[in-house]
Design a protein around this ligand. Structure first.
Ligand SMILES: NC(=O)C1=CN([C@@H]2O[C@H](COP(=O)(O)OP(=O)(O)OC[C@H]3O[C@@H](n4cnc5c(N)ncnc54)[C@H](OP(=O)(O)O)[C@@H]3O)[C@@H](O)[C@H]2O)C=CC1
Ligand SMILES: CC(=O)N[C@@H](CCC(=O)OP(=O)(O)O)C(=O)O
Length: 346
């Protein structure tokens, strides 16, 4: 059994991780940390886990946690995983970080967009960007995996086949994404207050969202040249889910079926990417509760653009599910262990 601990277990991403790991056949949950709920059973904080997770939440005592764990997951606000990573790696354990501290290869880019000092730059070369469909081989031997952001997961998977084959003009990529409110975490804020969100939809972070450099880094790697995108996220009145609608100008005349078969080929070994048939487009309802990323597309011959639509559950393929997928790969387990099956509907 792989012994796993979650630091920041009491947030939304951490709690989803705890739920998935508690029923994972090859994992034993050993330690769950919190900032505010030390001494309480996990099910007291998240009652849906009553009868499933009775571990007592504790404050972050890393040496004790590392003595018990093979793998540590960090689901903390940005900036808090750097010190943890150093100790985890020194102790010879594996780390999957759900935050952004190790996603960007360049320290200056991180510091510019996150407005935080990076205090563990020496670890960046050891970090692997944990998008298994693109970096599976590197993840196998990694000890430090940076789980991608939720919006980047939906956008990179939607664009990867087009960029890898050089089929679109990389100067024309527009990514328009909508997220459920759980993407903002469990902490209370006016932005996520019921009356502010319900019956409304709004754009935020326009031309300035910190997922932009993360997407550009990965899309540039796929294209083999520098890619600059326009990205606009929106907050929508749903609990979970991300829908990304992506536009790009095609460089050659290609039909929908030709592009779809290229996507099917690109993702032939990807258990969690479902390329939908022509005429079918994703909806968040199709993926909520699962580790799937659904992708559909339409060729607009009038404008010469391809419009790709992708959907994920921000807390699963966008966070906890992908983290478990990464752990499975790092520990030589079948990639879908503890993650198989569809989500829930309606
Ligand atoms: N929500 C999502 O859809 C996604 C989230 N992520 C990333 O996952 C990480 C966690 O996000 P999320 O679960 O949404 O956030 P939450 O705000 O819901 O949870 C944050 C967690 O960190 C703990 N915490 C907060 N501040 C501190 C601190 N100063 N020191 C130690 N622990 C602290 C909290 O403890 P307590 O509960 O006791 O306050 C809680 O366990 C973030 O990096 C986020 O960007 C990534 C992809 C998607
Ligand atoms: C709706 C909402 O607020 N979403 C979050 C994204 C959450 C996430 O995946 O991102 P990180 O891990 O990079 O924080 C945001 O826009 O900041």
């Amino acid at each position: 059994m792989v012994k796993a601990s979650v630091i920041g277990a009491t947030g939304y991403a951490g709690a989803e991780l705890v739920r998935l790991l508690s029923s994972h056949p090859a994992v034993q949950l050993v330690g769950l940390t919190t900032q505010s709920y030390a001494g309480q059973a996990f099910w007291e904080v998240y009652p849906h886990l009553y009868g499933y997770v009775d571990i007592i939440c504790r404050e972050q005592d890393l040496p004790a946690l590392l003595a018990e764990s093979d793998v540590v997951f960090t689901a903390l606000p940005h900036g808090h995983a750097m010190a943890v990573a150093r100790e985890v790696l020194q102790a010879g354990r594996a780390l999957v970080d759900l935050g952004a501290d190790f996603r960007l290869h360049e320290v200056q880019v991180y510091q510019d967009w996150y407005r935080l000092e990076h205090t563990a730059p020496e670890l960046l070369p050891r970090a692997v960007y944990g998008l298994p469909e693109i970096h599976r081989e590197k993840i196998r031997s990694a000890r430090l995996v940076a789980n991608p952001g939720c919006y980047p997961t939906s956008a990179i998977l939607a664009l990867a086949p087009l960029l890898k084959r050089g089929l679109v003009d990389t100067d024309t990529i527009v990514i328009d994404s909508k997220s459920g409110v759980s993407g903002a975490g469990r902490g209370l804020s006016l932005t996520t207050h019921y009356c502010e969100v319900n019956e409304s939809i709004k754009a935020y972070g326009v031309a300035s969202h910190r997922h932009t450099p993360e997407m550009e880094q990965e899309l540039s790697g796929l294209a083999g040249k520098r890619v600059v995108i326009s990205f606009t996220p929106h907050l929508t009145p749903m609990n979970r889910g991300i829908l990304s609608t992506i536009y790009a100008r095609l460089l050659m005349s290609l039909g929908q079926e030709e592009i779809l078969s290229l996507y099917r080929e690109f993702y032939r070994e990807a258990k969690f990417v479902r390329v939908l048939p022509a005429g079918m487009l994703p909806a968040t309802k199709m993926v909520v509760g699962s580790n799937h990323c659904d992708i559909g597309l339409v060729v607009d011959s009038r404008t010469g653009r391809v419009v790709v639509v992708s959907a994920i559950d921000n807390l699963i393929k966008g966070a906890a599910g992908q983290a478990v997928q990464n752990m499975n790969i790092m520990f030589g387990l079948p990639e879908d262990t503890g993650l198989a099956g569809p989500g829930m509907y309606p």
